[in-house]
Design a protein around this ligand. Structure first.
Ligand SMILES: Cc1cc2nc3c(=O)[nH]c(=O)nc-3n(C[C@H](O)[C@H](O)[C@H](O)COP(=O)(O)O)c2cc1C
Length: 182
């Protein structure tokens, strides 16, 4: 455990890092036959070979117990712009206590963990490594299987503490390459 305290104001940090726009996911995991869901945007692609992705659950979150279990399966479900209420529900935001209608689709590649119907895409994962990350865990998952909806793909976005929708920007200078990492 680090004895370091923050050098910056944590509210100011949240407001600043919140300017980094992200998509929104719901992580699903299973324990003793119970499926648990948590809204998360701390999802980052890590590696292609092996294929690894990370998510950071708060140590305070119920989800932490699921994702720090060795070899546990989980799914990362990428929300569409129509799934804002689901995001609120799985974040347990006030005013969203009643579950909106949703359907879980069995996904044998992810053990007993299903995927969420209506999402743009989903990753079936298994816990590969867990690292300390201050008051969060850094959970690296090995990606076992993929799901992609047919589209059109209209993602739910999160920016500055609010939901947004995607607007396509016409390229002004350099035409985008098919692979932005080349
Ligand atoms: C857009 C959005 C993104 C979030 N991302 C995370 C995240 O990456 N990690 C996290 O621990 N909580 C995140 N949260 C908060 C959790 O969803 C929330 O604390 C939830 O109540 C945790 O549920 P649990 O304790 O039952 O597992 C996010 C919430 C929202 C609305």
């Amino acid at each position: 455990m680090s004895a370091l305290s923050s050098r910056v104001d944590t509210l100011a940090y949240r407001k600043t890092i919140g300017l980094f726009a992200t998509g929104v996911t719901v992580i699903l995991a299973e324990r003793d036959g119970q499926i648990h869901g948590m809204t998360a945007n701390s999802v980052t692609s890590v590696s292609l070979e092996p294929t690894l992705v990370l998510v950071c659950p708060s140590k305070q979150a119920n989800m932490a117990r699921y994702l720090t279990t060795p070899d546990a399966f989980f799914t990362i479900n990428i929300l569409s712009e129509e799934q804002e209420l689901l995001s609120n529900y799985f974040a347990r935001w006030r005013g969203q206590d009643e579950p909106p209608a949703y359907r879980l689709i069995p996904w044998p590649s992810a053990g007993n963990v299903p995927r969420l119907d209506g999402c743009l895409g989903a990753l079936a994962c298994q816990v590969y490594r867990v690292y300390e990350g201050g008051d969060h865990w850094i959970v690296v998952g090995e990606v076992l299987d993929l799901y992609r909806s047919e589209g059109p793909h209209r993602p739910l976005l999160f920016f500055a503490g609010e939901y947004h929708q995607l607007r396509r920007q016409e390229p002004e200078h350099v035409p985008p390459s098919a692979d932005p990492y080349r």
